[in-house]
Design a protein around this ligand. Structure first.
Ligand code: NAP
Length: 171
């Protein structure tokens, strides 16, 4: 887990151009691909970030992304390496986030945005689908997002300002 924070206000846009200023977003699977693009878009609007990924080989890339977005957009970004397919991986992401973020308005820990982006696709003809591969996909693509939202539940806003989505492709 790495922490990047840039206190430089030179990059801060004028009010109105950063509608997500002070918000916190968790983006699963954001070390690369679409997740990294979502993270960049959120950062450009002022949101702080938890950049989640799974592979050791992605640690350098995720850390570099957190540093780059922190510097470019004057937000706070941390990385959280955790496997969404496990029973405790999703709650680990929330635990790590809790250690680093406090909402500036409420002075409490709040998760404003969850982008359930991480996903895997293991294409197989219907007649050849193995239970092992079905379970692997189900645990990352379906159970992981449910467990993440469940873990985040006590820390979601209650004024309808929160946002969640789920990216998904399957065969
Ligand atoms: N690419 C497309 O054309 C397309 C189209 C429609 C929908 N989608 C959906 O969009 C999402 C992202 O697609 P993508 O092509 O950008 O994916 P990608 O390039 O393969 O990146 C996958 C990301 O998910 C992470 N990840 C994978 N398994 C994980 C796990 N068990 N726990 C935590 N993180 C995990 C990876 O981390 P590591 O870097 O550590 O491996 C990586 O950050 C997927 O859900 C996909 O189904 C993609």
């Amino acid at each position: 887990m790495t922490l990047c924070q840039n206190g430089n206000s030179a990059n801060r846009n004028v009010a109105g151009q950063r509608p997500l200023e002070g918000k916190l977003a968790i983006v699963t699977g954001s070390s690369r691909g679409l997740g990294a693009a979502f993270a960049r878009q959120l950062a450009s609007k002022g949101s702080s970030l938890v950049i989640n990924y799974i592979s050791e080989s992605s640690t350098a890339g995720a850390t570099a992304l957190a540093t780059s977005l922190s510097n470019e957009y004057s937000i706070k970004a941390i990385t959280a390496q955790a496997d969404l397919s496990t029973t405790d991986g999703p709650s680990q992401i929330v635990t790590v986030a809790k250690q680093h973020f406090t909402n500036p308005q409420t002075n409490t820990f709040q998760i404003d945005i969850i982008i359930n982006n991480a996903g895997i696709v293991l294409p197989e003809a219907l007649g050849s689908v193995t239970l092992e591969n079905f379970d692997r996909q189900y645990h990352v693509n379906v159970r992981g997002p449910m467990l993440l939202v469940q873990a985040a539940l006590p820390n979601l806003p209650t004024d309808r300002s929160g946002r969640m989505n789920r990216e998904f492709t399957s065969y």
